[in-house]
Design a protein around this ligand. Sequence first.
Ligand code: ZN
Length: 228
Amino acid sequence: MLAILSDIHANLAALEAVLADARARGCDRFICLGDVVGYNAEPEECCQLLMEAGVTNILGNHDSYITTGENCTRSKVVAGIIDDHRTRLSPESLAWLSRSSPLIRDGDVLMVHGGPEDPLDQYVREVDATVFPEGITVLFAGHTHVQFSHRFGEKLFCNPGSVGQPRDGDPRAAYAIWHDGQVTLHRVEYDIERTIAVMMERGYAPFLARGLPQGAQINGRVDTILVR
Ligand code: ZN
């Protein structure tokens, strides 16, 4: 059974809770749709745990800010956190992040961080049947931090949501299980206060943590994915 995680964003308590829940449900394979790093304070610990679990990572935009050295240009806050993460990541974790795949294609299944048009940085916030590229009937995409799945006839679109920074109004860690052609969406309670305590201990500004208990972005915004 395959668990599909996304947008872990250096939140170790959330990642531990999701891995435990997925294993208890019988998952023995794990794919991450990217963004292991960014936002929260435990990038090294998350990389180590993912390596131990044999997780395959797809490159997310935050991962690429680290591995390419081209930092985020649209947010100074994001760029500052990436600079902090560079000081926390071991050479081993950096090398592992650098080996992330741009996407995974297996037959008619496509997995990306963003979307089919830009695997790294497309936000799929509205979906219809045209979202599927030629030959693809199952599309997994992360990046928006909104848990969502919808069938268009034979075709299936799924965003497993975010492990470490949900933005859909539900603060619980999100992931999906893909088994026998069926997707199921899961939410797991985790110790949010533990994540916030590590952020404070490591000198992160309090505003960086304020979306976590709300299941919102740092600025308080809650997002959705719409079916057109
Ligand atoms: Zn993300």
